[in-house]
Design a protein around this ligand. Structure first.
Ligand code: UDP
Length: 238
């Protein structure tokens, strides 16, 4: 059952349940995709019906970020857990490495996905990264073909929101992959170019604060969090 927050339906799952479902999907015929919306993405969806359709059309909608958890609580429909996209991907890669599953990395600036691939293969021995492509391409078709030719079972799609969600909805099937996951800036982190917040910030749900401190230009994006909570509270009154 999904928990609806301002039109976006979140799967009410723990991290373990999410990973188990990811593993199941990657071994299931046909294309599936997962999204990890935070409050900023929910706000984008409210203004962009195509983004809303792409997010709700996903097979797995994971609550990335403490804001979504607060929103669910305000509504009186609490979610079990927050399932940050990056942690979900890490746990999934552990499982993929055990089974020798294949992965394609799509997105970020030229060179980043290759660097991420090198590091991930060291961290997860047994994981097979069968291809990479940067996220600044003009036409979808050659990229789709490259993924199809790689035979990857899983694709990390890191093009930023809502581009990545729309991209997966449109092209997922044609890539031949079984599971595509929209993950924003994760390749920048996996490549080592961007540091994830220290654990204490993660535990307190203050990762957003750390990122703003590092990159003050993100303040406009984070400012959407209070707005999101106001919208949730308003929606509840209705
Ligand atoms: N990006 C991309 N193609 C584009 C626009 C963005 O590959 O056309 C990449 C960008 O380089 C970055 C990621 O998408 O690696 C988005 O990162 P951001 O920090 O905005 O995502 P978040 O994790 O906050 O959703």
């Amino acid at each position: 059952m999904r928990v609806d927050i301002l039109g976006v339906g979140f799967d009410n799952v723990t991290m373990e349940q999410a990973v188990a479902e990811g593993v199941r999907l990657l071994h299931t015929e046909g294309a599936h995709y997962a999204v990890t919306p935070n409050p900023e993405i929910v706000e984008i969806c409210r203004a962009d019906p195509e983004a809303m359709e792409a997010v709700n059309g996903a097979d797995l909608v994971l609550a990335d970020g403490i804001g979504v958890i607060y929103g669910a609580k305000i509504q009186g429909t609490p979610l079990k857990n927050r399932v940050p996209g990056i942690a979900f991907a890490q746990k999934l890669m552990e499982r993929m490495a055990q089974e020798g599953d294949t992965l394609f990395l799509l997105g970020a600036k030229p060179g980043v996905a290759e660097e991420a691939a090198r590091r991930l293969e060291k961290t997860y021995p047994g994981l097979r990264i069968v291809g990479t492509n940067d996220g600044y391409f003009q036409e979808d078709e050659p990229v789709v073909e490259k993924i199809r030719a790689s035979g990857a079972a899983v694709v990390f799609v890191c093009l930023g929101a809502p581009k990545q969600e729309k991209w997966m909805r449109k092209n997922g099937e044609a890539t031949g992959a079984h599971l595509l996951i929209g993950m924003g800036g994760c390749l920048d982190v996996f490549s080592g170019r961007v540091q994830r917040a220290p654990e204490i910030f993660q535990k307190l749900g203050l990762e957003w604060l750390y990122r703003v401190a590092k990159e003050p230009s993100r303040i406009g994006r984070v400012a959407k969090l209070p707005l999101f909570l106001v919208h949730v509270a308003g929606d509840r009154r209705k």
